[in-house]
Design a protein. Sequence first.
Lengths: 703, 103, 167, 505, 523
Amino acid sequence: MPLPSTLLLLATLLPLGSFTLLLFTGKRLSYPLAGIVATAFIIASFACTIAAMIAWLNVTPASVWGAGKGPIFLSLPWLPFSLTPNHPSSLTVGIYLDSLTIALFAMVTTVAAAVHVFSIGYMRHDPRFHRYFTYLSLFCFSMLALLLSSTLIELLVFWELVGLCSYLLIGFWFEKRSAANASLKAFLTNRLGDLGFLIGISLLISHLGNTSFPHLWTSATEISPNTLTLIGILLFTGAIAKSAQFPLHTWLPDAMEAPTPISALIHAATMVAAGVYLTARLFPILTPDAKLFIAIIGLITLTIGALIATAQTDIKRILAYSTISQLGYMMLAIGVGSWVGALFHLITHAFFKSLLFLAAGSVIHAAGHEQELSHFGGLARKIPVTAATFAIALLAMSGAPFFAGYYSKELILTHAASFSLLSASQSAPRWYALFFYLPVAIAYLTPFYMTRCWMLTFHGRPRNLHLFARARETWILYVPLILLAVLSTWVGAKGIGIRELIERSITESNAYCQSLTSHPNFSAFSTAWPANLPIDQDLTPSQQLMEQGHMLTQTRVAYAWLAGILLGILLYLRGFLIPNLLLKFPPLRWLHIWLYRAMYFDELYHLFLVGPVLIASHLANFLDTHVIDPIVNLTATSIRSLANLASLNDEFVIDASATGIAHLSQNLGSLSRSPQTGRIRTYILLLFTLLTLAIASTILLLY
Amino acid sequence: MPITLHHYLVLSALLFTTGLLTILLKRNALAILMGIELLLNSVTLNLVAFNHFSPTPTEDGQIFALFIILIAAAEAAIALAIILNFYNNFSSIDPDRAQTLKG
Amino acid sequence: MTQTLLFYTFATLTAASALGVVLSRNIVRTATCLLFTLLGVAALFILLDAEFLAAVQLLVYAGATLVLILFGVMLTSKNPFTSYQPSRLELLLSLTIAIIFFTSLTAAIHTLPSPPAASESSYSILFLGNALLTDYLIPFELSSLLLLLTMIGAAHLSNPRKPTSNQ
Amino acid sequence: MLQSFLPFSSELWLIATLLAVLIVPFFTKHPSISTPTVALAGVCFAFTSLFFTDSSPHQYFHNLLLTDPVSTFWKGTLLLFTAAVLILWFATHDRSHDTSDAPEYLTLLLGATLGMSLMASTNHLLMIFLSFELASLPSYVLAGFRKTHRLGAEASLKYVLFGAASSAVMAYGLSLLYGLFHSLSLPVIAHVLAASPSFPPLAAIALIAVATGLGFKIAAAPFHLWCPDVFEGAPIDIAVFLSVASKGAALVLSLRTALTFAAAYNYAPTTPLIALSTTIAIIAAITCTLGNTAALAQTNIKRLLAYSSIAHAGYMLCAVSILLKTSHSAPGFTPSIASTESLLLYLAVYMFMNLGAFSVLAIVHHHTGRDTLDAFQGLGRTSPIAAGCMFCSQISLIGLIPFAGFTAKLNILFALFRAGGWWWALIVTISLNTVLSAFYYFRIVRAMYFEPPSPPNQPRYLGPPLILAIALTSSLILFSMLLLFSPMSRLTTHFSQWSSLTLPN
Amino acid sequence: MPLRPHLLTLLILLPTIGAFTVLFTPSKRSARWTTLSFTLVTFALSLLLLAFYDFTPVSNYAYAPAGTIQLVQRLNWIPVFHIQYLVGIDGLSLPLILLTTFISILVCIASWNINHMTRGYLCLFLLLESGILGTFCALDFFLFYMFFEISLLPMYFLIGIWGGPRRQYAAIKFFLYTLVGSILLLIVLIGLYLFSKTAVPGGTFDLVQLAHLARTGQLQSAGLTPAVARAFFLCTLVALLIKLPSIPFHTWLPDAHVEAPTPMSMILAAVLLKMGGYGLFRVAYPLFPTAARQLWLLVSIIAVISILYGALVALAQTDFKRLVAYSSISNMGFVLLGAAMMTPASINGSIFMMVSHGITSALLFFIVGLIYDRAHHRDLPRLGGLASTMPVFTAFSTLALFATLGLPGLSGFIGEILVLLGSFSASRPDSLLHASTPAIYSLSILACTGLLLSAAYCLYALQRIFLGPPRPELSNLPDTTHPAELSVLIPLTVMTLLLGILPSLFVFPLTNPTVTALLKLFS
């Protein structure tokens, strides 16, 4: 096994070791030993990743794998499986390792290490401290394994495992009803998405038999484009749920019930980005229609996420919605063909968003687990490091130059711009322009709501003096913040050459995608080009178009960050004073309420999804206990009544004829208890009656 | 009009019917017993008549009739004993009194 | 002709007294009617050249069975002349059954091809006795066994002094 | 002539025993013990004599009597059963203050047995009627043998009135048969009938009348009314005797009669034969359904078993209904063999099932004085062996594997399947009835095992050892029947040869 | 005497011998230990089977060495009807035999605290084990039927005597339902035998031979017309669906489970239900492959309705045990779906599902029993917050519930995914079903929806019982740290994990050749 893969496997298995260790001994490891063990393991894992990266980058020319050369692809049979009796094969598991994997590994282990360290401080008073790290280790293992997976089935396994960890960690404080409910919601929503994912995988397997990425890329041409579109959309459903895309985004804000470091790691940096990763891996087999779908979903998501974020008052919820919005950007990027942009943004976003969350965690920790903005204010004086790092993250996210977000977001917007230019030049529908202008608009909004959050938290007069008085920060909390703050700047984006790494990944996998790009039905696969439009030429935006797009982006969004931040500062300079004035104006108030209630998505779900299922469930239960069971028992009942009839017939039927129908109709019930029972004469009467009837009918028959 | 087999058979059928009616209409065990004797009489009449009009020279019918008479007598004796026993227990020979066993 | 006349006479006697059995409400009268029926049947036996059977009929039936039944009447009824009135519905139902029964029976009888009137048969008691002791020895002997059983059974049941205790 | 008696040595033994039983009390000091011993010995001799008699098909005494394997099989079953009934009676019979009942009882029982055994070995109308009455008359007395017992008196009155009426009807039918065909021999009658171009209506009436008599004895559907009342009123040993012996004899006779006609028609699906077979099938279906449904509501176990015996008679009638061979029948299918062997096996098995059930009932009755369902409550704890035997019998009566009832029912189903055609309906009926019957048999099982003893601290009891022995033996036989399936099946196949199906020589 | 040829007979007989031994033990304690040792030895014997088993047989549905069926013992039993004592195992039965013997040990441990008529209980339990093992070993239709029926009676008593308040109702309901099923099976048995009589002199009950007769069309020429075959198939199907159980023949199951004592619930869910699933592959499908192919739509619709309906009803339950019972119905729906689709993956999945469900359901029912032992009720609204007082127990329960909802890495997932993959691949042109793609897709997709619903009810239960604020009346319940409890929980948990992570370690090498053989038979 090549060295990088061995190292990455080791990096993956280390958290598993930590998990196992903590699972069995966690209870005996008192604070902070459990945390330290877990942290040590994840740092070791980080070290392995770095070693692997070095090995990956420094390859001998003769090697078939390595940066820019080719991926490492290993597979093992796992489940014997055959599609039809004559084609035995098996579901495989394995390792697919390319530059992207390395980059993401680096990101995940870095953020995870930061979060681990932070958690030791954050969770120190929790009675289930060891359990927290147990789950965390399991998550790290699952997440890393997910990235290492070579087949969709394997990916699905870890996909669900990270979901499980997310479930466990969201419900970590399960004594709180809201936490328990949130974890349920998160899991079920993800399960809904996984359903689509599973169906997609099943369809793929039923067509191809194997779902390893190289195999998919080489043989997707065997599937008809329409089916492939369907499969693409179905697979993307998984990503919709996991990456909290519209319409399955509602679980993410609720998931903020999790301890804040968890939100930073799982619900901002890694797990939610797994959807983007998946979509990126599937990119070669996505048809233009599927990409269009993805782009539209991304577009909607990024818009509603940002809009809702402007009206939230819970610091973590703001961050959650901003995460949704940013993930929307990534999805849009994939849709419009900006593969590199999406993944680049994934990584930069992971840094600054986890920073934001950790900073928020620091705030919450300082504020004694208070999350409402209305209780904050002026905290910059008490927790300056947090305030500063938060501000750095804010800038990064706003797309301020020299901060990480700037590079990635700009790349995405450039691609979006060139795509919309291209579509304009190819006489596509007018609304295709939205693929550019809506993200641009949101690019103005993003700095605004982030600034709002910062201003209300750190600036101004403290609104809760009691809380303010006790707020403080410790080194164990801000050391990780600083680390991440560094990565949120130019260093994270340019300094460590992430973009180049990602770009190399394309060349590495290109060998597999030959058949797709050369196939007549499948050309022009790189962008969300609707299949019903004529394809005149190579639809990959040309260099010239790219430059035009770049220009467009420069002119439209170069100072968006500044505008947004300034607006935010202006509006929230005096705390809630100015906004409250503005909200007196009814349309704005209504808009605010609508956004504050997250566009009523939860209510809609309850009305249209949860409600019907519950109704169906109770209906089915009713059916079972009151209809099906009785129907089956009816046999018994009818037999019993038959029994009464039969045992009665001796006296009942005959007596009725003997003593009169009138008597019968008068008191049918008492007839069974009638004294005239067991009479031998009625027996004989019946005997002769039947005899007579038999004889008479025989005579009639024979005549 | 010569007397044919049919005459006897119809008479026997009539006897049978009256016996049947007797059984059905009497609420007295002894009368029912008499009705049964009527039935058996119709059987013997049948047999003797058939025997008389039979083309074969055997006397099977008469022999059968003889046995029927014999059995009727035996049956009557048994039935009477049972009716007496019933009377001893129930102080009545109304068979409708026998209704303990039912259901 | 005499045959015909005699037949009709005895047939009428038999039928009428048989109806009497049904119609009389008094048990003693019923028994008397039955006696006449039996006598009528015996007479018909003679018409059918079955003199021996007629004698047996008279002896066994009229002589023994009927007397037995009358004893039964005397033993069981405090007032032998009590009568029972069947209910109207019972009556109706029974009559309907009887009528249907009789009608279908006669209808069936009339489908029978009428055999030629039998010639004077060479019948004798000797023949009958012979048959009973040769061809029909087995039933003959068995009937004695049957009578024995009847005797034992009847004696067991009608001996009131003997205590019974089975269970 | 004397040689002709040899094949009937078992009957002769019975007659001799019958007479001996009457005489013995005059010579011994303990008649209550010696008479039953003599009777039992006589029955055993009779049974043993069966092994030395020639059972090959033959007619004797001017075709009055016949022997064939079927009758021999039936006699064997009957005698074995009679012996068991004698033991049952002996064990429950209170000998302390009544000594003089025994000879009467035994005479009557043996007389009825004689009648029942003759019923199976004749196809002569006179003998049919005579043996029928020979079986019936003692039974009437036996049903009311306990003179001071009101229920017994009632039962015997009902029995005698109903029985006399039906046998009179049967006699009428027999007279018509004689008149129509000028013969008393059943095969002759059947052949003349089959040879005649039309079917005389009187013959139909005659057959219906005969069927009434047989139906009464079998307690088949419309004629079953007497059965539960009589069984409930009669002593337990008589109830079990009637339930198997009386019904069995009538069933064998019915089968013989039906198959005689079927043979005359060569088992071809002609209209009369189809009508006959269908009628029997319908009666069978109604009988088992009625018996089972009526049994469901019963709480008196004797009455319940009476209804169950009606239901089982229905199953056996299903076997009787297989009279003809259609195009749907399986190749190599012989109706006579199929129906006979399934009937014989069922009869034999049914005997053991009923013996088991009734003997446990006798134990319970002996101990508690009741024969209602509540007497069985907690039997699993108070008397585990008896309960176990009852369980075996009940499961066997339902017809579940591993007990013999299953084997027997399987045989009938086999026969019906092979007959093919509309016999499917009977298969369905039997199947449904099996489920139906589980309801009430399991009420007993439930009472025995799931409910506490009705006076909670009832002492454990075993019951009279002789009865327990019968119950245990029956259960063991029932249990091992699956293993003995093969020999049993061979045995019944061996005994399924008829004689009277051909014309007398 | 060489052991090998008598191994299966010994396996079947051993629990019976144990049953009689237990009756003569002096004390309850010794009875328990005797039972335990008998179950252990039986398990050891079944492991020995594994040692003797040839894992790479020729993939034919025939006796070794020409096929997959091994360790065959054949004796004439009822020669009149050519009924044989014919036992043997293949990849279909061996996993279930192992499951049975394995679960039996745990059931025996779980029965440790039965104090009422202990000997009778243990005796019946061992008889039941014999019956079940016999069913799985029997290759003669009659023998199969016999064991199928025999296993009814002990269960009837076990529910009826040791059950809950409505035990009598539940017991008789269980019995009557299954009785109906076995009568239907009996009809098929007789019918097939008679048809085989035309094809083979004397007829045969040999299931393998019958399957080959069906395959070569000899039965059809003997009169088993397609219509009759369909009728027979439906009869068999209903008989097995009752046992499985499946909609609409399922209503005995919730009652039986709710009333049965915990160990019996375990064995009922874990093993007894599998007799239905096993019967599908041993009887229904091999004997009537054509009819099965024609009626695939019906079967799969029943399966899908079972999956969805069972899950929906489970969602509405407030009694935890009822919830688990309905989840069994839902899960067994997958087994049926796998059978209906007739692809290698789906059938492998079905078998795997049976094994996996055997383990997880036993675990779940044991968990229910533990809750009941401690809280004295199973009412979900009256439970809650157990996670804070009973963390170890919560961990086991969570694992069990997640295995039920099909979490990857746990055993439930493998079965479900294989069945689903298989059913999707049934749309391939070279699959056995020549069915329309949309029908297959829509059915499979509906079946997938069952996964969502199963997640819903599992998490709902988890939330109601373990999460939320701890209730004061439940706060002092002891955690499951007793060795007896752990000795049941841990093996099941380990098996769940092991099967989930390394499915090909245990089951697949066994089932795959057999499934291939079966499919050869069907095509």
